[in-house]
Design a protein around this ligand. Structure first.
Ligand SMILES: C[S@@+](CC[C@H](N)C(=O)[O-])C[C@H]1O[C@@H](n2cnc3c(N)ncnc32)[C@H](O)[C@@H]1O
Length: 210
């Protein structure tokens, strides 16, 4: 079957992408590892012994980078709808983060311990309807933010992938009301044409009201 124009363009970009080559050479499961590595370095996030949850973790390149950084004394819990092949030292929870049962399994895995970092690279399966995809993506961001607020240490940090579009200003406002310091990041490995960016919240604000 002949390739469509868009899949040929994707293939061409993929084979000439330096991050794809680096990922292969360094044993990362995806080029996405370099987005996280850049952000961790730039913002001085995560140290040996830290605890972190990786939301939307398949195929696992962020979890690979995270466990390298926190080491044996640290903790990495990865969750995804899709299967993640085992990564030594990483606890894997397979399921839908929107479901109560999966949240419960994550909480059980935490055993009441607070986290230093919550990262979310979650992206919904695309329906092709832009408004629907954007709404689903923002919903995942909101759930991840709620989880981070409930489980981070006071001086913890939350890194979340977000697509600019409908709902983004409101989500940014929610980040600003949850964290003392909020910055936006576009790592070098993030493709230029994509509206994808990352928001980083540092230092939880105390909740006001109920
Ligand atoms: C861009 S990929 C993550 C790549 C990953 N950071 C890595 O470096 O290998 C986004 C992931 O979000 C997951 N995802 C989307 N919705 C989810 C949900 N409701 N619950 C759990 N995972 C979800 C997808 O299955 C997909 O694997």
């Amino acid at each position: 079957m002949p390739r469509s124009k868009s899949s040929s363009a994707w293939l061409k970009r993929h084979v000439s992408d330096p991050y794809v080559h680096r990922a292969k050479a360094q044993g990362y499961r995806s080029r996405a590892a370099f987005k996280l590595l850049e952000l961790l370095k730039r913002d001085g996030l995560l140290h040996s012994g830290d605890s972190v949850i990786d939301l939307g973790a398949a195929p696992g390149s962020w979890s690979q980078a995270l466990i390298e950084r926190v080491g044996r004394a640290g903790r990495v819990i990865a969750v995804d709808l899709l299967e993640i092949a085992p990564i030594p030292g990483v606890t894997i929870v397979r399921g839908d983060f929107r479901e109560e049962g999966v949240l419960q399994r994550l909480e059980d895995a935490l055993g009441g311990k607070k986290l230093d970092l919550v990262v979310s690279d979650m992206a919904p399966n695309l329906s092709g309807v832009r408004a629907t995809d954007q709404a689903r993506s923002i919903h995942l961001c909101e759930l991840a933010l709620e989880f981070a607020r409930a489980h981070l240490k006071r001086n913890g940090a939350f890194l979340v992938k977000v697509f600019q579009g409908a709902g983004y200003p409101e989500f940014l406002a929610a980040m600003r009301s949850a964290f003392i310091d909020v910055s936006s990041r576009k790592p070098g490995a993030s493709r230029g044409g994509s509206s994808e960016m990352y928001l980083l919240g540092k230092g939880l604000k105390a909740r006001t009201g109920s």
